[in-house]
Design a protein around this ligand. Structure first.
Ligand code: FAD
Ligand code: SIN
Length: 538
């Protein structure tokens, strides 16, 4: 990559073919694929250092994948995904992504990832909520994400990966992307590029307590909205039923993987009563939205602070689940001897930037992949362990498509940043209000209160990571609240106490755009589906 001096005082400036924002599963899959297509790729992460900076690193349960020649099938995995998705999955997108899963995981193994084996050459498969088969491959027991990240980091060793680089704005002309505005240790810079891939992860820090790492602040959703690109299904925030409860309710909290329930652990209240008996035919392994809502209902009914996951029946729990065991022990609990106190916690954004299954957005040259994107895979509620799968498959496709676009489009024109100010609120205040009014169960009055609070946010210039994150949280919250107010029904992981039923007339995705500084909500997404052959880490 060359450094250019193309006008605009005060900015360092460079050129690339493809800028990838994010170093998790989706970002690195995209970057590796783009580089293999011959593109000059720059990968940016706002984190100061790689370790523990992505949600990918923290993934526990595994990757849902159909192993050929077993008792599973793509059709069964697609059916389970669609059943969990509350009527809003795009079946064509689901089929396309699930069908390429095994190839993507095999490529990851080619890049050095090692998954746990039941016997030499045969992966050990576990089960999680909503899956009709044992189809989840895992590594290090419950340290799957750390292994995926390790393999991708190693494969990305020769890439131009820059930490401490926060993207503040996606630059564009009327027709196409032209690059990004970045803040690094040397100040503000511009990277001019015809293709930009957003792989910025989720928005768990909209809430006071979350399973997500610090950087999950909705940046990609905000960057897309500010660039005029729509987001969809953002009201569907998945609350994981079992976040460790240790009295500390703030910040990133440890997850207690659903795979424990796949291996026999049971959810009970303080009196030993089952949480899910009579709620769903799959019991404790019902889809996440059902289990989280059942826990929330029990907590409301009893006034208890938490429920319990009794994992004492799981054989060799400390060996099979070392990550969970370590987190529990740090909180003074031994899962082999004591039930684990848990509560639902903000975990995953089912919606995001509207893309097709190649990561393409409606703006030429802008792509999105991983948790930040809405491909139509997850609908109103994601099936467990489908996220790493989607990140690998669509990340790879997005990288190839971005490289192809860069070749076709040629060098991007120089566009300078708008310098627009963005709305921010004190983060704790926002998180408290979101936790109170836009959590597992919402209602119209609470959402209205939230909307007024968000409308009163103050406009500030974006000077670095903290400003950007605060503004991204407000922009994401405004989109989420606008969509949640519009959805006057309960569906998937959006539960309205004032509209407890599902309304068949509302079986369409919400689409939110940023227009004249405000979120505007429309309905139904139509995106073209162009599946490319998968090839992640050859
Ligand atoms: P991430 O891995 O979160 O990476 C985001 C990247 O974007 C980071 O590098 C960050 O620094 C960068 N970034 C963000 N904003 C900016 C910006 N403005 N400028 C520059 N860089 C930026 N899914 C499964 O399928 N199976 C599981 O077992 C599983 N377990 C999970 C357990 C936990 C505790 C959590 C939190 C999630 C789990 N998930 C699981 C979900 C899954 O891990 C994530 O959805 C997935 O890893 C997201 O990958 P990603 O590449 O989209 O984003
Ligand atoms: C878990 O291990 O329970 C998390 C899996 C996921 O979020 O897909």
């Amino acid at each position: 990559m060359t450094t250019t001096s193309c006008g605009g005082p005060g900015y360092w400036q460079q050129r690339a073919d493809v800028v990838v924002v994010g170093t998790g599963v989706a970002g690195l899959a995209a970057a590796l694929a783009a580089q293999r297509r011959g593109a000059r790729v720059v990968v940016l992460s706002k984190a100061a250092e790689p370790t523990g900076s992505t949600a990918t690193f923290y993934a526990q349960g595994g990757i849902a994948v159909v192993i050929p020649d077993g008792d599973d099938s793509v059709e069964a995995h697609v059916a389970d995904t669609i059943a969990a998705g509350g009527g809003l999955c795009d079946p064509v997108a689901v089929t396309s992504i699930v069908a390429d899963g095994y190839g993507a995981v095999a490529d990851l193994v080619g890049a050095g990832a090692r998954f746990d084996e039941a016997a030499p050459g045969r992966w050990s498969l576990t089960k999680e909520g909503g899956h009709s088969r044992r189809r989840i491959v895992h590594a290090g027991g419950d340290a799957t994400g750390a292994e995926v990240q390790r393999a991708l980091d190693r494969a990305a060793d020769l890439l131009d990966v820059r930490f401490d680089h926060v993207v503040l704005q996606v630059l564009r002309t009327d027709d196409a992307v032209t690059g990004v505005l970045v803040h690094d240790g040397a100040g503000l810079g511009l990277i001019h590029a015809p293709s930009v891939v957003l792989a910025t992860g989720g928005m768990g820090h909209l809430y006071s307590a979350t399973t997500n790492p610090d950087g999950s602040t909705g940046d990609g959703v905000a960057l897309a909205l500010w660039a005029g690109v729509p987001v969809s299904d953002v009201e569907f925030v998945q609350f994981h039923p079992t976040m460790l409860f240790d009295g500390n309710a703030a910040g990133r909290r440890p997850l207690v993987t659903e795979a424990l329930r796949g291996e026999g652990a049971r959810l009970v209240d303080a009196r030993g009563g089952s949480i899910t008996a009579g709620v769903h035919r799959m019991g404790d392994l019902a889809p996440r939205d059902v289990v989280a809502a059942a826990i929330e209902a029990r907590l409301t009914e009893t006034g208890d602070a938490c429920v319990y996951l009794d994992a004492r029946v799981v054989p060799d729990v400390a060996t099979r689940f070392p990550t969970v065991t370590a987190a529990c022990r740090a909180a003074g609990i031994d899962p082999a001897l004591q039930p684990i106190p848990v509560v639902p916690g903000a975990h995953y954004s089912c919606g995001g930037v509207v893309t097709d299954v190649t990561g393409k957005t409606e703006l030429a040259g802008l792509f999105a992949a991983g948790e930040v994107a809405r491909t139509g895979m997850h609908g109103a509620n994601r099936l467990a362990s489908n996220s790493l799968l989607e990140g690998l498959v669509v990340g790879g496709r997005a990288g190839r498509a971005a490289a192809g676009h860069a070749i076709d489009a040629g060098p991007a024109p120089v566009v300078l940043p708008s310098g627009e100010r963005r709305m921010t609120l004190p983060r704790n205040e926002l998180q408290r209000a979101m936790s109170r009014h836009a959590g597992v169960v919402r209602d119209g009055a609470g959402l209205r209160t939230l909307a007024s609070m968000l409308d009163a946010a103050t406009a500030v210039p974006l000077r670095g990571r903290v400003d950007l994150e605060d503004a991204a949280l407000v922009a994401s919250a405004r989109a989420l609240v606008a969509a949640a107010r519009d959805r006057t029904e309960s569906r998937g992981c959006h539960h309205r106490s004032d509209h407890p039923g599902t309304d068949p007339a509302r079986a369409a995705s919400t689409v939110v755009r940023h227009s004249s500084g405000r979120p505007t909500v429309g309905r139904a997404v139509a995106v073209s589906v162009e599946a490319l052959p998968v090839e992640v880490c050859a």
